[in-house]
Design a binder for this molecule. Structure first.
Ligand SMILES: CCCCCCCCCCCCCCCCCCCCCC(=O)SCCNC(=O)CCNC(=O)[C@H](O)C(C)(C)COP(=O)(O)OP(=O)(O)OC[C@H]1O[C@@H](n2cnc3c(N)ncnc32)[C@H](O)[C@@H]1OP(=O)(O)O
Ligand SMILES: Cc1cc2nc3c(=O)[nH]c(=O)nc-3n(C[C@H](O)[C@H](O)[C@H](O)COP(=O)(O)OP(=O)(O)OC[C@H]3O[C@@H](n4cnc5c(N)ncnc54)[C@H](O)[C@@H]3O)c2cc1C
Length: 663
């Protein structure tokens, strides 16, 4: 029954204007129009077909990715797309490729660390893809510990060059995407050594392959690091290994916005903090938070549509029940739907914070850098962990069919999970947030007023003594009650950690010992940010029929579900009583019932094409079964009724059994 909308009855139940919600989700009418246009452009072009990825060998897969990435670039030039349009086009092509690292890390690092002269030389080449760059920071022996990197860049005043060298096996660059087979250039993080002194890690621009025949330059060894988790998935990317043997580059290829080496070999540092060398990581972590809402919403869209199509067990009128009507299904699915919206809005805020800090840095105001680092690191950690778990939960919500590649969920999971590791392991990043909190607490004692997301710490005494006012379930719908409860829980966990840290004579030893609790306090702070930014968003003007009401319901679900999941924190800090926790659960159930009639429309608001979703279970028209059935026959195993290997293995086996039976 092609052409029939099996979910039409669900769409007719919606109590809000879906088209207006699409604009809220996209961030603005302009952003919506760009996304909508780019997603259709990709979906309607057969060159971007992706449904066969799981069946391709690594070599076929990789070549196919090169074809798509270069074709996408050709279309970008032909259509004269803006930077924004080009970014959205690449997003909807939905295939990790060398271009992600070129545009996502190489170019931003150049822009952030290069001087005007360096930008004039390199940026036009990079912007026209006349050179292709990657970001070579991580090594075989060190990833998290950036200060522990071993590659050296030793200045040779005789030739006015840096000598890039990998002194050990563990100093080999290991993981950079785009390095293995494609990039012509790399940002290579190396320890700067001049005049016998080691000045720590700096970024160097290094040409690694010939621009004539793509051969690796003499003195460098490069390869791909091998297959990664899942079929298809992230194997479209050539994550690479690179070893240097005294490879020479000109002195002006040290990217020198924060420090320089003079012709004589003197190291000169600017006034800017050296942490600015980590600036690209802040930029990408912010992008990863926004990306988390995309990945989670995609999985939720599939699971929600399929849950409305799927029926199991009878009901009184003889029609089987849609699985979306089971309270357990709702209690697993709707918090993920709410989280997708919550991550979207915190991502919007993070974008604002990033723009703000960038403008301040340009004016040599470094005061908000620690907060920007803590927020990007912490929110990257919380949102990627919840999204990875959420995608897997969506697979389970789709029962057996969720395990088929044609559901789109296995590949989405395999592509997504490394987000918990890349751009900073999630635990390592939460420990950075914990350091920020401990520092903020200690500065309180010296009278420094906390600002931004830590401003609530200024009301510490009140938050330590306040008691939650909830008496009935509906009281949990009051945003100021919810906000204060999250503030009190976060403040009390931080105070408890600080108090216990004070019992150690050696602070660093105490930090190591208490790190599991510190990570929990850091997570509480990040969840508070997500809840508070969502509440702030609702205080603004949000036009459109029923839009604000739906967003309020989802905000309450995100907050109360988070409270439910971390009940132990709220109870052990005496922020709420067991009775209040149980009232929160009552309120949650009631909220789930309010989401139910709007569920399909709320996922339609993501405006994903069937091409982007890549899922038979998540099809817009809900016509799942015939398509699932047809898809099975396309598997190469079904090319013939008798499989390869029958004559070799199965036939002799059956013959043997027959002989044994006769004996
Ligand atoms: C590309 C995407 C775009 C695509 C675009 C296409 C469009 C599609 C859009 C989709 C987009 C997404 C898609 C994703 C695809 C991704 C592909 C995979 C990419 C993966 C790339 C990578 O994977 S690339 C390697 C990343 N590798 C790390 O991530 C190492 C972690 N490890 C550290 O990050 C540090 O090493 C660690 C721990 C802080 C300790 O640093 P440390 O040793 O120096 O130690 P300390 O703790 O002592 O820190 C000393 C002081 O620095 C302060 N500080 C520290 N960091 C700071 C910072 N960043 N900014 C400011 N301040 C900072 C700190 O707060 C202290 O401040 P204070 O002294 O005042 O207290
Ligand atoms: C798909 C993918 C793409 C990548 N792309 C790039 C790229 O383009 N360029 C690039 O340079 N790198 C890249 N990386 C590397 C990535 O950034 C690192 O793997 C990441 O930063 C984690 O570092 P690690 O591997 O050293 O983990 P480790 O630090 O070795 O982590 C191992 C375990 O130790 C724990 N741990 C480590 N330190 C501490 C601590 N201080 N306290 C408590 N626990 C700790 C961690 O929590 C983790 O459980 C990529 C990685 C992946 C998976």
């Amino acid at each position: 029954m092609e052409g029939v909308d099996h979910l039409a009855h669900e769409r007719n139940r919606a109590q809000f204007d879906v088209d207006e919600m699409k604009i809220v989700w996209a961030g603005s009418r302009h952003a919506y129009e760009v996304s909508d246009r780019m997603s259709r452009l990709v979906a309607n072009d057969p060159a971007f077909r992706k449904d066969n990825r799981a069946q391709l060998t690594r070599k076929e897969l990789f070549k196919n990715t090169l074809r798509k990435a270069t074709y996408a670039w050709k279309r970008i030039l032909e259509l004269k797309l803006s930077e924004e349009e080009a970014g959205r086009l690449r997003f909807f092509v939905d295939e990790p490729a060398f271009t992600d690292l070129h545009w996502g890390m190489f170019v931003p690092f150049l822009k952030g660390q290069g001087t005007e002269e360096q930008l004039q030389k390199w940026l036009p080449l990079a912007n026209r893809l006349q050179i292709i760059g990657c970001y070579a920071q991580t090594e075989l022996g060190h990833g998290s510990n950036v200060q522990g990197l071993e590659t050296t860049a030793t200045f040779d005043p005789k030739t006015d060059e840096f000598v890039i060298h990998s002194p050990t096996l563990t100093s080999s660059k290991w993981w950079p995407g785009g390095l293995g087979k494609v990039s012509t250039h790399a940002i290579v993080f190396s320890r700067l050594i001049t005049d016998g002194q080691d000045y720590g890690v700096h970024g160097f621009l290094v040409q690694i392959r010939s621009l004539n025949d793509h051969s690796v330059l003499p003195g460098i060894t490069i390869g791909d690091i091998g297959m990664k988790f899942g079929n298809g998935a992230y194997n479209t990317m050539d994550n690479g290994v690179m070893h240097f043997d005294h490879f020479r580059i000109p002195r002006d290829q040290l990217l020198t916005r924060i420090s320089q080496v003079t012709r004589e070999g003197k190291y000169v540092q600017s006034d800017a903090p050296r942490q600015l060398v980590y600036g690209t990581m802040v930029f990408v972590r912010k992008a990863i938070v926004i990306d988390a809402s995309s990945a989670l919403s995609r999985a939720v869209c599939i699971a929600t549509r399929y849950s409305a199509v799927r029926r199991q067990f009878g009901s009184q009128d003889g029609v089987e029940t849609q699985v979306i009507n089971y309270k357990t299904q709702q209690s697993r699915l709707f918090p993920l739907l709410a989280s997708a919206y919550a991550f979207r809005f915190v991502g919007e805020w993070l974008q604002w914070l990033y723009t703000d800090v960038t403008q301040r840095l340009a004016a040599s105001d470094f005061s908000t850098l620690p907060e920007a680092h803590a927020c990007t690191a912490g929110l990257k950690s919380i949102t990627t962990a919840a999204t990875a778990d959420g995608i897997e939960e969506c697979r389970k919500l789709c029962g057996g069919h969720g395990y088929l590649c044609s559901s789109g969920l296995p590949e989405l999971f395999a592509v997504y999970v490394p987000a918990c590791t890349y751009e900073g392991d999630n635990v390592v990043l939460l420990l950075q947030v914990a350091r920020f909190l401990v520092k903020t607490m200690s500065q309180l004692a010296s009278g420094k007023k906390p600002v931004g997301t830590a401003a609530y710490m200024g009301r510490l005494q009140h938050l330590m003594e306040s008691s939650c006012k909830v008496q009935k379930a509906e009281d949990w719908l009051n945003p100021s009650v919810v906000l204060e409860v999250f503030e009190a829980r976060s403040a009390r966990m931080s105070v408890e950690c600080a108090k216990r840290l004070g019992e150690f004579t050696n602070q660093e030893e105490g930090f190591q010992e208490l790190s599991p609790s510190l990570v929990e306090a850091a997570a509480a702070y990040c969840q508070l940010i997500i809840v508070s930014k969502y509440i702030e968003k609702l205080q603004g003007d949000i036009p459109g029929k029923g839009i604000k009401e739906q967003l309020q319901i989802l905000c309450s679900i995100y907050a109360l579900y988070t409270l439910h999941k971390h009940k132990g924190d709220f109870l052990s800090t005496s922020t709420i009583t067991p009775k209040q926790a149980s009232l929160a659960d009552d309120q949650l159930r009631s909220l789930y019932s309010q989401v139910r009639p709007n569920a399909i429309a709320l996922v339609d608001a993501f405006n994903y094409t069937d091409h982007y979703l890549g899922s038979i279970l998540g099809r817009y028209d809900g016509n799942v079964y015939p398509n699932l059935y047809d898809e099975a026959w396309k598997d190469p195993l079904n090319d013939s009724a008798i499989p390869d290997g029958y004559h070799e293995y199965i036939k002799p086996l059956l013959k043997q059994q027959l002989r044994n039976a006769r004996l």
